[in-house]
Design a protein around this ligand. Structure first.
Ligand code: NDP
Length: 284
């Protein structure tokens, strides 16, 4: 039986550290602000935005929500981004994705000031992640790294397999593991004999988006298994990419869904916002 990694507990600890630091900054007259922009009425996005606002409250940041109607034009959204780029009380800007179809995520993200891009999606920040010289870590992969750290597992020299190569999870995840000297393999939909490749991993990160696809055959005995997936099973219940029931007896550590990677993503967003605020105010 593996140990379950408690993402809620780890994220609460990260947020508490941020709260204490924010409190100290307040004593010096420095307040941290995050602007969250949401366009349209996507129910999942509404939940994410609400959770981000709650997290801001928990750590003591000011949050500024901009809820724009579905029919917002690119020009209008760019004008708002420009205003927030210049707004002194705003340290971080987050535009909730996905945007409605008529808006191009890329154009909007590319117009956020890189030093306020707390999602780390701007090409400047992506490039910095590549060369290992970064202020902001991509939130979900950074959360995964914290969870691995919480197990006490040394990454250096370990076989790490990341399943998924998206720009927001798989690729930056692989890069962060590489920066920690893991021996990293990235898998995707064209990978041949995925189970064989995955079962080489001492550390397996699944970011596929397919409910319960990763069964015990994909997992090496004693591996650390991190499940990024957020899917609905046949009964509409939230589940990961990993078939928890079949893998839990084989892994040494495993994240549950929900309660694993999900809470970490928001905690890391708070961490990036604090970093942005400190840089903005010239605090070391
Ligand atoms: P994408 O759909 O952008 O990427 C999925 C990746 O999985 C692609 O690289 C794809 O390969 C690969 N893939 C798909 N099917 C297979 C297969 N059968 N075998 C091997 N590889 C496969 O998804 P994201 O990276 O955005 O998200 C992945 C999951 O993580 C989703 O469930 C998402 O909801 C969740 N997520 C969770 C977050 C959290 O905070 N917990 C945050 C972000 C995402 P190819 O490139 O060849 O198409």
């Amino acid at each position: 039986m593996s140990q379950i990694i408690d993402g809620k507990a780890v994220s609460a600890q990260v947020k508490e550290e941020i709260r204490l630091e924010t409190e100290k900054l307040k004593q010096q007259g420095i307040e941290i602000g995050l602007a969250v922009v949401i366009v349209g009425n996507d129910p999942a996005s509404q939940v994410y935005v609400r959770n981000k606002e709650k997290a801001c409250e928990t750590v003591g940041f000011n949050s500024y929500k901009y809820a724009l109607p579905e029919e917002t034009t690119e020009q209008e959204l760019l004008e708002l981004v420009d205003k927030l780029n210049k707004e002194d009380k705003v340290d971080g800007i987050l535009v909730q994705l996905p945007l409605p179809k008529h808006l191009d995520d890329k154009i909007i993200i590319n117009n956020i000031r890189p030093d306020k891009d707390v999602d780390a999606f701007h090409p400047v920040n992506v490039g910095k992640i590549m060369i290992g010289d970064y202020s902001f870590l991509p939130c979900t992969p950074a959360g995964v790294m914290e969870l691995i750290k919480s197990t006490g597992t040394e990454i250096a020299g370990k076989e790490c397999v990341v399943i998924g190569r998206s720009n927001i999870v798989g690729k930056p995840q692989a890069m962060l593991l590489l920066h920690q000297s893991g021996t990293v393999t990235i898998c995707h939909s064209k990978t041949k004999d995925l189970a064989k490749v995955a079962s080489r991993a001492d550390i397996l990160v699944a970011a596929v988006g397919r409910a319960k696809m990763i069964t015990a055959d994909y997992v090496k005995q004693g591996a650390v298994v991190i499940d990024v997936g957020m899917n609905r099973d046949e009964n509409g219940k939230l589940c990961g990419d990993v078939d928890f029931e079949s893998v839990k007896d084989k892994a040494s550590f495993i994240t549950p869904v929900p309660g694993g990677v999900g809470p970490m993503t928001i905690a890391m967003l708070m961490k990036n916002t604090l970093t942005a605020g400190k840089e903005h105010h010239g605090v070391k």
